[in-house]
Design a binder for this molecule. Structure first.
Ligand code: UD1
Ligand code: CA
Length: 453
């Protein structure tokens, strides 16, 4: 096997995006466009050469792969000029795989097939047939079907514009062959750029046999130049993914209103209602139901759990048979036990809640450890912050916290202790006791409301 040099072109501004962010740092699903391309190249064991220019520092900082040969293209004079910048770093006996930073959904398997072809023949192009080829370079073939040139949209004649087979931009070429042509490009075209695609014409003039590999998946080779194409590709990627999930048994009420930006594993009989967004890595047990409008990020949700509408769960775990929401928010590091309940308008942060415990209405529970069988009444607040530092609240098994109590941390509520409604608790409460802190009620039967003068 020869050495493979992936050359990823990522220096362009992407002016059609009309954004302050370089185009290749726009997000598709869970990653930037460029990260998708890098991740497709990684399984090929290739050297990574990435050509950057616009927003070079931003791009470098956004990518955390080590062992990247970053090559700066100071002026963006075209895709051919971009490849020229890398050639001094490339060995003649390697094979170059040119990838475009804005063609993000290319798959490793397609790339290895293309590489095999190039190793055999020296020069292989990845093309695709599109119903609407607008914007892409067209593949020109002679009467025998031999590839003779690529013509860019802006340079194409009326007849050439009718061609439906287009250049994906992705090609694999033996380095020695690429070097022969890359330095002889001229910018004689409508855009005044050095087109990488012109090497096809030059190789053909030298009788180099250019083989093509026609990709059967349009999604894989879609280029992203503007926000319309970005959204179109996002939908296609999501659609492909949700179809795989449903094939593997996930129940989805409406696949058009389902987004997973990351990974999702699930057991049997889970049902996801509309407008649920999964982010990061999520794991669902068996028979989990998620109602509309939930955002679930890096969560592990147990068997038979029910997530009701409009809830958010982030970096947290939910036990078996537990219900969350509607309108609940689990912030990072929350661990909710089995058969528990977190009800509406409850915010939980960095808190462990035991089995069968309930926080049913309008509460804030943060930096707390709550045991099993605890009932936290409506409107209870753990006051964990003094303006400078955060403190812990501990509520032991079987405790009952009356409605609208404030627990001023650090504080511990003992086993089976009871807190009277409306109390402000500043000192630890021993096991099995009742703590109250409120004025006795005064009732005046002779009192009259003031009336208007
Ligand atoms: C290019 C191809 C076209 C193909 C299409 C596929 C050329 C001349 N045209 O057109 O045949 O159908 O991609 O999506 O190659 N870049 C640099 N430096 C530069 C210019 C561009 O690094 O000086 C990078 C861009 O960041 C981008 C990629 O190269 O990632 C492609 O550039 P772009 O301007 O989008 O080319 P297209 O017009 O789409
Ligand atoms: Ca493009």
């Amino acid at each position: 096997m020869p050495t493979i040099n992936a050359i990823i072109l990522a220096a362009g501004e992407g002016s059609r995006m009309k954004s302050n962010t370089p185009k290749i740092l726009q997000q598709l699903s869970d990653k930037t466009l460029l990260q998708h391309v890098i991740d497709a190249a990684l399984p090929l064991d290739a050297n990574l050469n990435i050509v950057i220019g616009h927003g070079a520092e931003l791009v470098k900082n956004a990518i955390d792969n080590k062992n990247v040969n970053w090559v700066v293209q100071k002026e963006q004079l075209g895709t051919g000029h971009a490849v020229q910048q890398v050639m001094p770093d490339i060995d003649d006996d390697s094979v170059c795989l040119v990838l475009y930073g804005d063609v993000p959904f290319i798959q490793s398997t397609t790339l290895s097939a293309l590489l095999s072809k190039a190793i055999e023949t020296g020069f292989a192009l990845l093309s695709v047939v599109l119903e609407n080829p607008f914007g892409y370079g067209r593949i020109k073939r002679d009467a025998e079907g031999q590839i003779i040139a690529i013509v860019e949209q802006k340079d194409a004649s009326k007849n050439e514009l009718e061609i439906n087979e287009i250049n994906t931009g992705i090609m694999a070429v033996k380095a020695s062959l690429l070097r022969n042509y890359i330095n002889n490009l001229t910018p004689h075209n409508t855009q005044g750029e050095f087109y990488l695609t012109d090497i096809v014409k030059m190789a053909n003039a030298n009788n180099v046999n250019i083989s093509s590999f026609i990709c059967d998946s349009v999604v894989e080779v879609m280029g992203v130049n503007d926000k319309n194409q970005l959204a179109e590709l996002e939908r296609l990627v999501q659609q492909k993914q949700v179809n795989e999930f449903m094939t593997n048994g996930l129940g989805v009420k409406d696949p058009a209103r389902f987004d997973c930006r990351g990974t999702l594993s699930f057991g049997k009989d889970c049902v996801i209602d509309i407008n649920v967004v999964f982010e990061g890595n999520n794991e669902l047990g068996d028979n989990v139901t998620i109602a509309p409008n939930c955002i679930i990020k890096n969560a592990k949700i147990g068997d038979n759990a029910e997530i009701k509408a409009n809830s958010m769960i982030e970096d947290s775990t939910v036990g078996n048979h537990t219900t969350i929401g509607p309108f609940a928010r689990l912030r990072p590091q929350s661990r909710i036990g089995n058969n528990a309940k977190i009800g509406n308008f409850v915010e939980v942060k960095k808190t462990t809640i035991g089995n069968t415990s309930k926080v049913s209405h309008l509460s804030y529970v943060g930096d707390s450890t709550i045991g099993d069988g605890v009932n936290v009444g409506a409107g209870v607040i753990t006051c964990n912050y003094d303006g400078a530092n955060k403190y812990q609240t501990v509520i032991k098994d079987g405790a009952f916290i009356g409605s609208n109590a404030q627990l001023i941390a650090p504080v511990t509520i003992g086993k089976n202790a009871t807190i009277g409604a409306g109390s402000t608790i500043t000192k630890d409460v021993p096991d099995e006791s009742l703590a109250l802190s409120r004025n006795k009620q005064t009732t005046l039967s002779t009192w009259k409301r003031p009336s208007k003068k």
